[in-house]
Design a binder for this molecule. Structure first.
Ligand code: GDP
Ligand code: MG
Length: 336
């Protein structure tokens, strides 16, 4: 089986992200583990959801540059709280591995970088025998504007075959001034954006706001994090263990595709052409003096790391890319 991450990690070693990529849970992987990655746009409430589920502040809420939540991190649970005995009946002592991931459309990280981190974790977990029991996709119901890219990459990471183990979870209902607005948005999202995923078997849940005890009737639904996890554990139980795989894991580990050639990579247009365009755009911004502020400079540095990582992977594939790499580097770093 191809070890995707080995091609990427040496490069990560040189970056600030190194500590975020070494996940002790992966070092002690068990083939009975039920992996549940939590994905979705930045600030949709992924870390908050996990903390609520775990009943403590495990994951940092509100992504910050250079913090470990900027990477992929996981935690294992072997027992649900006593109010959810049905989960424990199914688990029979097996571990749930909850995986917190960075979101696409992050201001601090390029989408390519995010996909590399997520796919590296998933490939490594698959190569170590773990199975993906289900996947959560969180969506902030108060969100205005599109999240088309995040969703389309997500659906390509999972693949149609995994959709019946996907749970779309809407969050932040308590922030709406008017619940009706949320319900209207929901109808629109189900018709327009999520229709295909739902058609392929994805489930939909709405998080009960923490303050809604006793008044949950005003919300369209009232699901708690453990109820959602329960539904995924049931879905995993009904899925043949060999089929508990995501499309991107199959593409990289079994079919030996390079990340840019996977469906998700293609969705992000991680081609050399596109990298060149990005590099040139960054160079142009630099020339225009847009990057004088320290934060903007840090952003450029991270984007550069993202591009470097992708180039490192492309470089592995053929000698052709070695020459292309030198050329891209020169152009990107201001050479001719
Ligand atoms: N009011 C409200 N705030 C939330 C809810 N879920 C998350 N948040 C807040 O939204 C922000 C982003 O949450 P976070 O979990 O860091 O998002 P992530 O980037 O998806 O991990 C934080 O300030 C959270 O406290 C919710 O259901 N209601
Ligand atoms: Mg987070």
């Amino acid at each position: 089986m191809r070890s995707f991450e080995e091609s990427v990690y040496p490069l990560l070693n040189q970056t600030k992200m190194r500590r975020c990529t070494i996940d002790p849970v992966l070092e002690e992987a068990l083939d009975s583990d039920i992996v549940i990655p939590v994905m979705g746009p930045t600030k949709s409430g992924k870390s908050h959801f996990l903390n609520q589920l775990l009943g403590s502040l495990i994951f940092e809420v509100g992504n910050k540059l250079a913090s470990c939540t900027a990477g992929v991190s996981s935690v294992t649970v072997t027992r649900a709280p006593d109010e959810h005995p049905q989960v424990n009946t199914i688990l029979k002592g097996r571990r749930i591995v909850l995986v917190d991931t960075p979101g696409f459309d992050d201001t601090d990280m390029s989408d390519e970088e995010v996909l590399i981190l997520i796919s590296a974790w998933l490939t490594k977990s698959y190569n170590r025998g773990m199975h993906v029991g289900g996947v959560l996709y969180l969506h902030d119901i108060t969100r205005e504007g599109p999240e088309v890219k995040s969703l389309s990459v997500f659906s390509k990471v999972c693949g149609q075959g995994a959709m019946d183990r996907v749970a779309i979870v809407t969050t932040k209902w308590d922030k709406l001034r008017n619940i009706k607005d949320g319900e209207d948005k929901l109808t629109d999202l189900c018709d327009r954006l999520w229709g295909e995923m739902l058609g392929h078997g994805a489930h939909i849940f709405h998080m009960r706001p923490p303050s809604s005890e006793g008044e949950s009737h005003i919300y369209p639904v009232h699901t708690t994090p453990w109820e959602i996890i329960h539904s995924l554990v049931v879905a995993a139980e009904n899925c043949e263990v060999n089929n508990q795989i995501l499309q991107i894991q199959d593409e990289i580990a079994n079919r030996r595709l390079l990340l840019p050639d996977t469906n998700a990579g293609r969705e992000l247009q991680m081609s050399l052409d596109n990298l060149l365009k990005k590099a040139n755009e960054l160079k142009r911004k630099e020339k225009e003096g847009n990057l004088r502020a320290p934060r903007a400079a840090a952003l450029l540095e991270r984007r550069r790391q993202g591009v470097e990582m992708i180039i490192a992977e492309l470089e592995r594939s053929a000698g052709f890319f070695t020459r292309a790499r030198g050329w891209i580097r020169n152009r990107f770093q201001g050479g001719s």
